[in-house]
Design a protein around this ligand. Structure first.
Ligand code: ADP
Length: 169
C-alpha cells in the first residue's frame, strides 16, 4: 500500500524521486507551482519540455495526462508534468482531475520512482475548490494501483494543509 504524507511548504524544497508539476498544456512555463519549479530547477527542465513539444507533443500535453522530464537542479530525479482541468461549475471535470493523479503515478512508477511529491493540482489559478480538490487527490491516490511507495502532498498554506488532513482523518 502507498503511504500518504502531508507537508506544508514549498514543493520545490522537497527531496523525493519525482516532483509533480501542475503545468499547463504548453509545457512552456506559467505561474504558481509551475513558475516555482522552473525558477528553482533551472533551464534544463524547460529544454526538456521544448524537446517533448518538438517531438510527440506538438499540440501540447492534454489535460489529465502526464509526462516526465529531468528535475534539473531540484533535489529529485524527475519532474512529472501534468495538466489539471480548469474548474467548471456547470461541467463535472473531476474524472480529469483524478486522471492527473493516476497518470502522474503511472509515469513516475514506470520510471522507478518510489517517492512522489504532489501539489494540490488545479486548486490555484485553475480555480478548483480546495476541499473537493483534496478529496479527489486523496481518494485517487488511495485507490491507485502503483509501485510508488510514498506519496507526499505538499500544501502551500495552512488552509490547503487542513483540507488534506481532513481527508485523511
Ligand atoms: P493550477 O493551475 O493547477 O491551479 P497553481 O500552480 O496555480 O496550479 O496552484 C496549484 C496549487 O499549488 C495551489 O493550491 C497553490 O497555492 C499551490 N502552490 C503554489 N506554489 C506552490 C509551491 N511552490 N509549492 C507547493 N504548492 C504551491
Amino acid at each position: 500500500m502507498t503511504a500518504i504524507e502531508l507537508v506544508q511548504g514549498d514543493i520545490t524544497r522537497e527531496s523525493v524521486d519525482a516532483i509533480v508539476n501542475a503545468a499547463n498544456s504548453s509545457l512552456l512555463g506559467g505561474g504558481g507551482v509551475d513558475g516555482a519549479i522552473h525558477r528553482r530547477g533551472g533551464p534544463a527542465i524547460l529544454e526538456d519540455c521544448r524537446r517533448l513539444r518538438a517531438a510527440h507533443l506538438g499540440k501540447g500535453l492534454p489535460t489529465g495526462r502526464a509526462v516526465a522530464t529531468t528535475a534539473g537542479e531540484l533535489d529529485a530525479r524527475w519532474v512529472v508534468h501534468t495538466v489539471g482541468p480548469v474548474f467548471s461549475a456547470t461541467e463535472d471535470r473531476s474524472g480529469i482531475l483524478a486522471s492527473c493523479y493516476r497518470e502522474s503515478l503511472r509515469v513516475a512508477g514506470e520510471l522507478g520512482a518510489r517517492t512522489v511529491a504532489f501539489p494540490a493540482i488545479s486548486t490555484g489559478v485553475y480555480g478548483w475548490p480546495m476541499d473537493d480538490g483534496a478529496r479527489i487527490a486523496v481518494e485517487t491516490v488511495r485507490a491507485a494501483d502503483t509501485t510508488v511507495e510514498e506519496v507526499r502532498f505538499v500544501l502551500f498554506d495552512e488552509r490547503a494543509y487542513e483540507a488534506f488532513a481532513a481527508q485523511l482523518r
